[in-house]
Design a protein around this ligand. Structure first.
Ligand SMILES: [Zn+2]
Length: 481
């Protein structure tokens, strides 16, 4: 019977192109050859870089690539043409494409504290590639008839630090089984490159601490904690499966290990922390954008959220929503003309002015508000130079629009050029290294101006000492300036 089952399986494999898993040696249901896998990664790589541009620091890129290549050469698929990229995003994320394209954000790098932890992150992603998780996921989706929805990237939901309201994770994670396998492989690759596999647990702890801190924040802000990937439901210190797979890798360690802590910290000294100037910076509930020379302020009860294509304002009680989009005038002769082109028909309203700009305000009907229904909206467009700035505000309940109109008007009217103080606030924060002096503690080092509320906890997070780790005199640590 076994033979017949085997024969049937082999036939099925011939038909759909099963391949032998490089890690387990078993046959996988993978509808893709290695050449196709590499081609898939190569075709998606430019799309990733469009969304996540490379971080502009060739020395740091070369360093991460060097660490990554050493891991790749010790991996189960040493022959793959791996590439390692640091991308310019404050998100705490690392992800991999099939074929060996690996990405780490500067956001996650800011929270790592040694070369070994960086190697742990890279090893985990190399593990996803060597075990062909992305390919298996994409194949599984084509099998269930979702071929059209092939993922743009196979990212780790767990590493995503996506905020709130309208935003949704770009792509889903791999699930617990694949994550654990990637952790196991990452630990093995750490050991293979002369590092302590336990650093893998440290990396998971860095991510878990983000979640614990968000719970603390959520209580203070009276909101629900962000939904993180369920992968780290258990704290790494109590996660026996994780401990097991990592400890098993200890057998691969030969001789002493080197964490490369100070080497790593020196490499990320001066790195941008948080939002970049190119994205624009939110501070004290106002938005500052140096390259665009603009600032706009929220009002009480509203929060600002930055996304690549637009700036979003939302009421904390989720009753109101506004967005700002910026576009070239493109032949439009007035603010009213801009609106008519946007809406695709005549608009009527009134001329408005603010901060030396002329604009137009109208009440329009949108086919779909963020609450998914058609409804009224207040649209304000300012013209400055050859650009149009358009605010559109809507409410959960159409009847509320009148109530929130003063807020919406005030936010739209706050749009202005940067003054000297604004230009200072529009500058990105950066990491800076300090030697701890005797008696200095986190409270003394935490700069509320640079880090905002909960500065001490944030500084602890960056240094891997959340919630109550101690500083040693002469220890090298990161601060934010
Ligand atoms: Zn993963």
């Amino acid at each position: 019977m076994g033979i017949r089952v085997g024969a049937a399986f082999a036939l099925l494999c011939a038909a759909v192109g099963c391949s032998v898993n490089p890690v387990t040696g078993d046959r996988d249901l993978v509808l893709m050859s290695e050449q196709q896998e590499i081609a898939l990664g190569a075709s998606q790589h430019p799309q990733i870089l469009k969304q996540y541009p490379l971080y502009d620091d060739p020395e740091l890129q070369a360093y991460v690539d060097r660490i990554g290549q050493a891991i790749a050469r010790q991996s189960h698929r040493a022959e793959l043409p791996f590439t390692f990229s640091v991308v310019d995003s404050a998100d705490i994320n690392a992800f991999a494409l099939p074929g060996g394209y690996i990405y780490v954000t500067r956001g996650i790098m800011a929270y790592l504290n040694s070369e070994a932890e960086l190697a742990g992150v890279l090893g985990h992603e190399v593990g996803h590639v060597t075990a062909r998780h992305g390919v298996r996921q994409q194949s599984a989706q084509s099998v269930t008839g979702l071929l059209g929805v092939v993922l743009a990237a196979s990212t780790d939901g767990a590493y995503n630090d996506l905020i709130s309201a309208g935003s949704q994770a770009l792509v889903s994670g791999y699930g617990r089984k694949h994550e654990l396998e990637a952790d196991r492989l990452g630990a093995e690759y750490l050991a293979n490159t002369g590092r302590d596999p336990e650093r893998m647990i440290e990396v998971v702890r860095v991510l878990k601490d983000q979640e614990l801190f968000d719970r603390e924040l959520a209580v203070a802000e009276g909101r629900e904690p962000r939904r993180y990937h369920g992968v780290f439901a258990t704290h790494p210190d109590n996660d026996t499966r994780l401990q097991e797979v990592v400890r098993a890798a200890k057998r691969f360690v030969a001789g002493s290990t080197d964490d490369g802590r100070e080497r790593y910290l020196n490499m990320i000294d001066g790195m941008v922390f948080g939002e970049s100037e190119a994205e624009g910076i939110i501070r004290d509930n106002a938005f500052y954008h140096l390259p665009l020379d603009l600032t706009v302020k929220a009002v009480d009860g509203w929060k600002i959220q930055n996304s690549p294509s637009r700036l979003i304002f939302f009421r904390e009680d989720k009753t109101g929503y506004m967005e700002l989009s910026i576009a070239p005038l493109d032949g439009a002769r007035s603010a009213q003309d801009v609106q008519q082109k946007l809406v695709g028909g005549p608009v009527s309203g009134r001329a408005v002015s603010s901060n030396g700009m002329r604009g137009f305000e109208s009440r329009i009907n949108v086919p779909k508000t963020p609450w998914g229904k058609p409804g009224p909206a207040l649209m304000t467009t300012w013209v400055r130079g050859d650009q149009a700035f358009t605010f559109t505000g809507a409410t959960a309940d159409p009847a509320q629009l009148k109530l929130l109109t003063p807020d919406i008007r005030q936010i739209a009217a706050s749009l202005d050029r940067l003054d000297a103080k604004g230009r200072e606030l529009a500058k990105a924060r950066r990491l800076d290294l300090r030697r701890v002096r005797a008696g200095q503690d986190f409270a003394a080092l935490a700069d509320e101006k640079a880090l905002g509320p909960f500065a001490e906890q944030r500084l602890r997070l960056i240094n891997g000492l959340y919630p109550d780790g101690q500083l040693d005199a002469n220890q090298l640590i990161k601060v934010v300036r």
